[in-house]
Structure formats: C-alpha cells, structure tokens
Design a protein around this ligand. Structure first.
Ligand code: FAD
Length: 466
C-alpha cells in the first residue's frame, strides 16, 4: 500500500471521491458504539462503476477494504482496524436512485440512500419500507446487517423484504441480480449471500425492495408490567385475536426507562414511578377507521386482560403514541450517556426471556455488584438487549470486565438457553471471538468456500466468517 494507490483512487473517483487528511477521516474511523481504528483513506464513489474501480485498485494493491454505510452498526464492523492500512469504502455518495414502481409495489434504490430519504420518497405514494429502528442507516448497510427493528413482528426483517441486489465483488466484478420478482424459484437464491454477512462477500450497490402500504391507522398503548412473566402473559393476550394487527411489542426495563428520563429532557415521563417493565404495544392496519376502530379494539382487549390478569399489570396508558415511541427510540442513546457499557443483543425462544433475564441479573448481583442491568428489546420476536452498565471510572480494568461479562453472558445465552449471541446487530470485531467459538466448523468451511469465489484474497470487510 503506497501513496500511488491513493493517487489511483483520486484518478478514478476525482478529488471529492477520496479523503486522506487526518481531520477528514475522523468521523469514518469511529463507530457509533464500538469500533475505533485508523484509515489509510476514505474512498467515496458515487456510482457502481466507481465502487468497482475502488475495489479493483485496492485488490491490485492487496489493500483491505471496509465498506461503510451510515456507520450506525453496533458491532464495530463498519470501521477500520488499528493498522492504518485499510481503506474505508463509504457509500454515502452513492445515493441518487430511488426508482419506485407503484403498480408492482417495489423500489430499486442505491445502496447509499438513507432509510429516512427512501421513506420520504415513498410517503408521497402512500408506501413505506417498514423495517423501522431508532437510527437512520443506509439501505446497503441494512442489507449487510439484515436489520430487524421494532416492527419485525408484522413486516419481517430486511431479508423478508429484499427482492434483488446488485453487488460488487472484491476484485471489482459487478454481479447484478436486481430483479423485482416476488416469486423466483430458479435454484440458488444467491442474493442471500450478501444479507447479514457484513460486507464480507461483496459491496451492495443497489437493492430491489418490496414496499408496504402505509397503515391508515395505528393504536398504541404503554403498559406497565410487574415482571417478565406478566409481559409474556400480555403478549399472549394481544396476540390472541389481534395477531393480524399487532405491529410492535417493545419491552423496556425500569432502568432503561429511567436512563431516558435522566438524559432526554424532551421525553415525557409517562409513569409516576417506572414499573419493572414498560411494554409498548402497537396495532396497525391499512383498513380505514370507519371499517375497524383500532383504538376501541385495543382498549377492549387490554381491559379484558387487566380483569383477567390484574396482578401483573400496573398501568395502561393510551393516546400518546409519539411520547411512547420517543421513549423507546431514545433508550440506546441514553444508555450511552449513562455510563460505560457492554452491550448484548441476544435472542432466545421468547418464552425463555424472563428466565434468561433473571439468570443474567442473578449472575451480575453475585459476581459484579458494581454493575447494573438495563434490559430492553423486541420481546415479540425473542430479542433482548441485556446491556450491562457501570459508572464511568468505577472499574479499573474495563477491558477485563468486558471480556468476563461477554464470556459469561454469551455462554449462558447459547449453551444454557439455546439462543443466539447476535439477534440482529450481526457479526463484527465486538463479537468475533464468540462467532468463532459458537459457529459450527462446517458453516465456517462453507463461508471459506464462498469467500474463495467472492473475495479470494480475503480483503473485504472487518469480520472473519470463514
Ligand atoms: C440508536 C440505534 C438503534 C438501532 N436499532 C436497531 C434495531 O432496532 N435493529 C437492528 O437490527 N439494528 C439496530 N441498530 C443497528 C444499525 O442501525 C443497523 O445494523 C444498520 O442496519 C446498520 O446500517 P448502516 O448503514 O449504519 O451500516 P454500517 O454501520 O455503516 O455498517 C454495518 C455493516 O455493514 C457493512 N456495510 C455497510 N454498507 C455496506 C454495503 N453497501 N455493502 C456491503 N456491506 C456494507 C459494514 O462493513 C458493516 O459490516 C441500531 C443502531 C443505533 C445506533
């Protein structure tokens, strides 16, 4: 890797297409939560051909490349390592195409388009891309991480809404599978190689997506539950009879809600005293209010549940949907301000979430009395963020504590509870060690085989799947 290579990138992409001054690189070198490294330079192509040229130049020079979308990923996979030798390939300028086919209800979109930009364009036609979260990622980043989010229960993750992709392989070859077909059983569904694999097999330059009609109405409630068992009872109650409408079932532990109230003055405190769990339940439908009244249905269902399961439910709050979503979407950010943290994004069969949570809590009480658990997540699909915090400066050996906590919690999740060590955030340096430990050798062998075709020199991505 030499300056000549940066010169080649400038020749291919133009002056605006390459950043190499230290001051310009900083924001591409720091991840949202984890990941801090040093980049040789940042390449910012604005076309698929530019991405291909970048990868060809880097491949010829034997230089490793980390693709970067909006850099909101939470496993340190979008930033370079400490070597100062990697090129960051930012897709931020590849953001021109949003080609909606209204009749087909599909859209072809550049990999660097932000989710919010796509949704603004779709809203004019009554559609949205319903993978919804508290960050604003790029579409290519969403494909590479198979984003889940708060409405997975109704709409599925990115994989469920992805029809086709255009990708560029490590040596600059462009592979286009940009069809908009909903049905296509013609052998290997090769686009799946690029879903959730953190850019290790190719750079997503375009995606064809199925889009959904925007709901005509939603009904939202925030329900206080006294413990995890009561949360599960509530989930059963709203699914029974209302499953067609249920679009979110988001759970926040008391400590997570308190963190939001401490750090976000603008977020209204809905409960006088935070219950053990606050559960955000949302129903959504494209049927107009004249046909079904979702508010009425939700109130009736919750009323019946309260009468049947009074002991478990402390409050039912209605009519403040924006406040409830503000509370939910500010949890991650607030925990970041609350102290130091090691984050866990895990999933188990949802019936086992209360037992897992209590198991982790008991372990922390016994072995690490200075830390506290801030759990929240998508209980409807078995996901929970079992984040562990401590006051800044309270722990001398932070790296040692993080390693101990990761070892203990991931082992409980995977070995005792048959769960996943990464429910939706994917794989990256933050959890690479556990990918290595928990992933079947045959799966790694398969990844090596795919890698030998897509990226024979192993130059792409900041994660090792094989
Ligand atoms: C506040 C907050 C809330 C969040 N909530 C959720 C949530 O509810 N559910 C959820 O699933 N995630 C959540 N996330 C995580 C994150 O937003 C998602 O993983 C998101 O999809 C990452 O997209 P990005 O564009 O930011 O990608 P980046 O962070 O830039 O990159 C993520 C990974 O994708 C690769 N990559 C990026 N772009 C491309 C491309 N075009 N081609 C190939 N590889 C690429 C990178 O190399 C890296 O491995 C949250 C994050 C934050 C900060």
């Amino acid at each position: 890797m030499t300056d000549a290579m940066v010169g080649d990138l400038v020749a291919a992409l133009g002056e605006r297409g390459v950043l190499s001054e230290a001051g310009d690189l900083a924001r591409y070198e720091q991840g949202w939560r984890y990941g801090h490294g040093r980049a040789r330079c940042v390449a910012r192509p604005s076309t698929t051909e530019g991405v291909a040229a970048t990868l060809r130049i880097c491949s010829d020079a034997g230089v490793r490349v980390v693709p970067q979308g909006a850099n909101t990923g939470l496993v340190a996979a979008s930033t370079p390592d400490q070597s100062g030798a990697m090129v960051v390939l930012s897709l931020e300028r590849l953001n021109q195409t949003i080609d909606l086919d209204v009749e087909d209800r599909t859209v072809v979109v550049d990999g660097g388009v932000l989710l919010s930009t796509l949704n603004e364009a779709l809203a004019e036609h009554g559609y949205w891309f319903p993978v919804d979260l508290g960050a604003d990622p790029q579409i290519g980043g969403m494909v590479a991480t198979n984003t889940g989010g708060t409405r997975l229960l109704k709409y599925g993750d990115v994989r469920h809404n992805l029809l086709g992709v255009e990708v560029v392989l490590a040596d600059g070859r462009v592979v286009s599978q940009l069809n908009r077909l909903r049905k296509n059983n013609t052998g290997l569904d090769s686009k799946q190689l690029f879903v959730g694999t953190a850019g290790a097999f190719g750079v997503v330059t375009r995606a064809a997506l199925a889009v959904a009609p925007k709901p005509a109405q939603t009904a939202t409630a925030l329900i206080g539950c006294r413990d995890g068992a009561a949360v599960l009872e509530l989930l059963g109650a709203v699914e029974q009879g209302l499953a067609d409408f249920l679009s979110a079932f988001e759970v926040m532990g008391a400590a997570a809600m308190d963190a939001v109230f401490r750090h976000q003055q603008a977020v209204r405190r809905p409960f006088d005293e935070a219950p053990a769990y606050g559960v955000l339940v949302e129903l959504a439908t494209t049927l107009p209010a004249g046909v079904v009244d979702l508010d009425e249905i939700l109130v009736a269902r919750l009323g019946a549940h309260m009468r049947a399961a009074k002991a478990g439910v402390s409050d039912v709050l209605l009519d403040a949907s924006d406040d409830f979503w503000q509370l939910r979407h500010h949890v991650s950010e607030s925990l970041r301000s609350d102290g130091e943290m090691v984050a866990f994004d895990v999933s188990v069969a949802r019936s086992r979430l209360p037992a897992l949570t209590e198991r982790v809590r008991a372990y922390l009480c016994e072995h690490h009395p200075r830390v506290w658990l801030c759990d929240y997540g998508h209980w409807g699909d078995g996901g929970s963020h079992l984040n562990v915090l401590w006051s800044r400066g309270d722990v001398a050996d932070v790296a040692g504590l993080k390693a101990t906590l990761q070892e203990a919690v991931y082992t409980m999740v995977v070995r005792e509870f048959d769960g996943s060590f990464s429910a939706e955030h994917g794989v990256g340096p933050h959890n690479q060690r556990f990918y290595d430990a928990f992933t079947d050798d045959a799966v790694k062998q398969l990844c090596r085989s795919v890698g030998s075709v897509c990226d024979p020199r192993g130059l792409l991505g900041n994660v090792q799947l094989g």
